[in-house]
Design a protein around this ligand. Structure first.
Ligand code: UDP
Length: 452
């Protein structure tokens, strides 16, 4: 028997590759060998973004995702179907190949629980299996409750809401509107159904994994962890000691913004970023630009390539000139370092879970702009439970106007209580990864199990 060697299998998307890579770099630090599986398509994106093959102690391999070269990987339904059909066979072959060619065969599969790729294959091959659940644990609690929601007549067999009153899974958890249940936020019914069916398989899949790790902490999600006893928090992953730098960005990271932030006064700057998937319609993009201009503060704005729906440019006329002395725009920021920078005052965020955890771990107050999936849940945590942020209100045409943005920035930043609560939440959250903290203990036990 060789050294412990984990095969890490993320769902092939940016926001899944990041936490799985973070966990990989933590495990490497503890002497565990890691082979990280990307799809060929994503491997190419990562290599293009880096301008070279990723290197370091994590060993990268890539396998096909089962989609044609021209097919749209942003179509979540098609991607999920292709991966589930095609990738298990590829993973089986990969594990066999490693067995024949590597001194250390795969001793454990670490799957991304959102897709569960690798769980069945590992079970078949008698390899021990663990999983990471990258989103909020509350989302998992909701999904595992689907059979009960159907029994109670809250949703039908397709996941369509039959009742519209708010749901609360446990006393400590935010209330949720059934129309915001994660599968309902996907526009077309066929995709909704694919995702809903996938989620209904989680109860069984979870039985097969020995460890179910979450990028979260007990203090943030007391109720959710009580509802899913198997789930163990090990977060916040972004704040744990790692070996090596993250090598899985899909866009080239522009770190010049850190130097720019050094020039800004402490707690002066608005950071604006909407993660890796969200797109804005041109009117909305324009209003956001106006709002940032009206706020009269420095701002660092991540304008990802293709972030504007159907257009390359939707800036208001003369905008760039008028704000030139107080703006920095980048295509992709080193977000975890940005949020840790003393010049940041607040975070205009789409409330993806990674961004939520990163903002919380750095004590940054939020202005919430959720779009779809679990982002509404995370917004409720931020605004209603932890009280470290504010919501934007849309007007009658479903647009968040520039004036609304300006007024919420002022409201958030003129009330010291938001910052005070954010700092208190940060401290409590980081206590989990200190010696003896619950995340630290869970991670330690997990590592012992991997090595045993
Ligand atoms: N991110 C980044 N640079 C950017 C924007 C985002 O590194 O300019 C990272 C961010 O730190 C987070 C991830 O991308 O780890 C986005 O994940 P999240 O769950 O917040 O959003 P999603 O991409 O799922 O919408």
């Amino acid at each position: 028997m060789g050294n412990p060697h984990i095969l890490v299998v993320p769902f092939p998307a940016q926001e899944h590759a990041i936490p799985l890579m973070e966990l990989s770099q933590i495990l490497i630090k503890h002497g565990i060998k890691i082979t990280f599986v990307n799809t060929e398509f994503n491997h190419k994106r990562i290599t293009n973004a880096l301008g070279k093959e990723p290197e370091g102690q994590v060993h990268f391999v890539s396998i096909p995702d089962g989609m044609g070269a021209e097919e749209d990987r942003n179509h979540i339904g098609k991607l999920v179907e292709a991966c589930l059909k095609f990738m298990p066979g590829e993973l089986r072959q990969l594990i066999e190949k490693i067995k024949q060619t590597d001194d250390d065969e795969i001793t454990c599969v670490l799957a991304d629980m959102t897709l569960g790729l690798g769980v069945e294959v590992a079970a078949e091959l008698g390899i021990k299996t663990a999983a990471l659940w990258p989103p909020a644990t509350l989302l998992l609690a909701l999904i595992l409750n689907i059979p009960k929601l159907i029994d109670d007549g809250v949703i039908d067999e397709n996941g369509t809401p039959l009742k519209h009153e708010m749901i609360q899974l446990s006393l400590d958890s935010p209330t949720m509107s059934p129309s915001n249940f994660v599968w309902m936020t996907i526009e077309d019914f066929t995709t909704q159904k694919i995702i809903f069916d996938l989620m209904q398989r989680y109860n069984k899949a979870i039985e097969k994994v020995e460890w179910l790790l979450c990028n979260s902490t007990y203090n943030l999600e007391v109720g959710a962890f009580a509802s899913v006893p198997k789930a163990l928090p090990i977060g916040p992953l972004s704040k744990l000691d790692k070996l090596g730098n993250l090598e899985v960005n899909f866009w080239p990271e522009d770190s010049s913004c850190l130097k720019w932030l050094d020039q800004q006064p402490p707690r002066s700057t608005i950071y604006v970023a909407f993660g890796s998937i969200t797109v804005l319609n041109p009117t909305q993009f324009q209003e956001l630009a106006l709002g940032l201009e009206l706020s009269n503060r420095p701002f660092l704005w991540v304008v990802r390539p293709n972030v504007i729906e159907g257009k390359d440019d939707a800036y208001p006329e003369g905008f760039r000139n008028r704000v030139a002395d107080r703006v920095k725009m980048v295509g992709w920021a080193p977000q975890r370092a940005v949020l840790n920078h003393p010049s940041i005052a607040c975070f205009i965020s789409h409330c993806g879970w990674n961004s939520t955890m990163e903002g919380v771990s750095n004590g940054v107050p939020f202005l919430c702009w959720p779009y779809f999936a679990d982002q509404f849940l995370n917004e409720s945590y931020i605004c209603d439970n932890w009280k470290v942020g504010l919501r934007f209100e849309k007007d009658e045409s479903e647009i968040i106007r520039g004036e609304e943005i300006k007024s919420k920035v002022e409201k958030l930043l003129s009330d010291e209580n938001f910052k005070a609560r954010a700092l208190e939440l940060k401290e409590k959250t980081l206590n989990n990864i200190k010696e003896g903290g619950s995340s630290e203990q869970n991670l330690k036990s997990f590592i012992e199990w991997v090595k045993s």
